[in-house]
Design a binder for this molecule. Structure first.
Ligand SMILES: [Cu+2]
Length: 154
């Protein structure tokens, strides 16, 4: 008799503890960095990105998809995200390698490989410190028109 009362009390305590655990988890999840899916494409066959402005929060895991939406021209495009004020120098260096980006260039935050019309490529990176970061296409001659800004917010 005494034994069954004790175990029922233990059961009650166990079920009471559960809601507290769940609300604690929820609170922690909202303050944790989030995963963000961003989509960007070439403006059809034009030398431009659509959209040319992207936005995410600092620390977020960004899953970026780039689509080459050209239908007629065979020009290759990519998407290269660099540190502030580094678009021109990185683009200039990429001219020597036909637009290919060096995988260990510290000025480059993220990039997708060159792709032809109709192709879709993806990359993943952690959003850097708050600020405005330029992105561009590193096919020689494209960056002048084909560029944009990633706004990283606090
Ligand atoms: Cu391009």
């Amino acid at each position: 008799m005494t034994h069954s009362i004790l175990s029922r009390r233990r059961l009650l305590l166990g079920s009471l503890a559960l809601p507290f655990t769940i609300s604690g988890c929820e609170r922690r999840l909202t303050s944790e960095p989030q995963t963000v899916d961003l989509f960007i494409e070439s403006d059809g066959d034009f030398l431009a990105f659509r959209p040319d402005e992207l936005r995410c929060r600092t620390g977020a895991t960004v899953r970026l998809t780039f689509h080459h939406s050209g239908k007629f021209l065979s020009a290759l495009h990519n998407w290269v995200l660099v540190m502030p004020d580094q678009m021109e120098p990185v683009d200039k260096d990429a001219e020597k390698t036909d637009g290919e980006i060096s995988p260990d260039d510290p000025r480059v935050i993220a990039w997708v490989p060159m792709c032809g019309k109709g192709e879709t490529v993806r990359t993943q990176f952690i959003a850097p410190a708050p600020g405005d970061y330029p992105f561009f296409c590193s096919t020689p001659g494209h960056a002048v028109d084909m560029n944009g800004i990633l706004h990283v917010t606090p």
